[in-house]
Design a protein around this ligand. Structure first.
Ligand code: PMP
Length: 288
C-alpha cells in the first residue's frame, strides 16, 4: 500500500528503493519514540504539482527536532527541493509525503549524534474518509504539556493517538475526541477540532494541541469568507449543543463531524460554515 518494488525513497542524501531500505534494530527512535516527523500533501494544480505549505511543514520539522535535541542537518529549502524530486522520481502528483527524522543506535536516554532523514510518499485518500464522523469523547487525555513539547510532532506522542482511536473504534465510533488535562476539549488523535454555533466558529487555543497548519489555513479562509473564529477553552457539553463541527488536518483535510457521544449536530453538513470552508480549502490547495 505504501510502496511497491519500484518505489524510491530519500535516505540521508541518497536515493534508493524502499525495498532496499534498512534500519538499525538498536535505534533510539525504535525503542523510545524519540524521532520527529511531518505529514504533508502535494496536489495537482494547473501550474504543476504543488506541495501545500511545504515551508511551514519543514519549519515545524525543524522546531520538533530542536525540541528533541535532534540535529537536523538539512535546511528547509533543501528539504523542499528533495521533496519535489521525490515526487518526480515516483511519478506522484496528488500525494501524501512523510518525512521522518530518526536516530541511530543508542540505548541510553541521552541525545544521539547519529541522525537519519527519510522522505517517502504515496497516494493516500482522505485520512478520515468522506462520511460524517461519529465521535466519542476519549477516556484518554492529550499529554500534559509539562510532560513533553505538545507542539512538536514527535513519533512517541502518537501512542496516545493510537490508544484513543483504537478505543473509539472498539466502541463502535469512527474516531475519538480528546480532552486536555483540565478536561477542556483539545483535539483529535491526528486533527484539530472546530465547532460552529450561531454563525461563529470555535476552537481551543494553543497550549495542549499540535499547532495544525490546516487549522491556521482555516483561520485564513474563514477571515476571507467573513466568518469569525473564536479561540477559547470549552467543555464537551458546549459541543453537544453545537450546530456543526469538523476536524482539520493535512491527511484528513476538512472532515465533517456528525455527532459527539451520540449528540447529533443541528445543521445538515451542507448548511454549515464547515462545508463552505471544506470547499474553500480544496480550492486553496489546488492553486499553486
Ligand atoms: N493534531 C494532531 C495530533 C495531528 O497529528 C495533526 C496532524 N499533523 C494535526 C493536529 C493537524 O495538523 P496539520 O494541519 O498541520 O496536519
Amino acid at each position: 500500500m505504501y510502496y511497491n518494488n519500484e518505489t524510491q525513497i530519500f535516505l540521508d542524501g541518497k536515493w534508493l528503493k524502499a525495498i532496499d531500505g534498512k534500519t538499525n534494530l538498536y535505534s533510539q527512535t525504535l525503542h523510545y519514540g524519540s524521532g520527529v516527523f511531518e505529514g504533508i500533501r502535494s496536489y495537482k494544480t494547473d501550474e504543476g504539482t504543488s506541495i501545500f505549505k511545504a515551508r511551514e511543514h519543514y519549519e515545524r520539522l525543524h522546531y520538533s527536532a530542536e525540541k528533541m535535541h535532534i540535529k537536523l542537518n538539512y535546511s528547509v529549502d533543501e528539504l523542499i527541493a528533495f521533496t519535489y524530486e521525490l515526487l518526480k522520481k515516483n511519478n506522484l502528483e496528488d500525494a501524501y509525503i512523510r518525512p521522518l527524522v530518526y536516530l541511530g543506535q543508542n540505548m541510553s536516554l541521552q541525545p544521539t549524534e547519529e541522525v537519519h532523514v527519510m522522505l517517502c510518499a504515496w497516494e493516500w485518500g482522505r485520512y478520515l474518509g468522506d462520511a460524517q464522523l461519529n465521535l466519542m469523547t476519549s477516556s484518554f487525555q492529550r499529554p500534559n504539556p509539562k510532560s513533553c513539547f505538545v507542539q512538536a510532532k514527535v513519533s512517541g506522542h502518537y501512542t496516545n493517538s493510537i490508544l484513543a482511536t483504537t478505543e473509539a473504534k472498539q466502541k463502535g465510533f469512527d474516531e475519538a475526541l480528546l480532552l486536555d488535562i483540565n478536561e477542556n476539549v483539545a483535539e483529535g488523535p491526528g486533527a484539530n477540532f472546530f465547532f460552529e454555533k450561531d454563525g461563529k466558529l470555535y476552537t481551543c487555543p494553543l497550549g495542549n494541541i499540535l499547532a495544525g497548519i490546516t487549522r491556521q489555513t482555516i483561520f485564513e479562509l474563514a477571515e476571507t469568507l467573513g466568518y469569525e473564529v473564536v479561540e477559547k477553552f470549552f467543555k464537551v457539553e458546549e459541543v453537544y449543543d453545537a450546530d456543526g463541527a469538523f476536524y482539520t488536518g493535512t491527511a484528513a483535510e476538512v472532515a465533517a463531524i456528525g455527532s459527539l457521544d451520540n449528540h447529533k449536530f443541528k445543521l445538515d453538513w451542507e448548511d454549515t460554515i464547515g462545508y463552505q470552508l471544506a470547499i474553500a480549502y480544496q480550492k486553496c490547495v489546488h492553486t499553486k
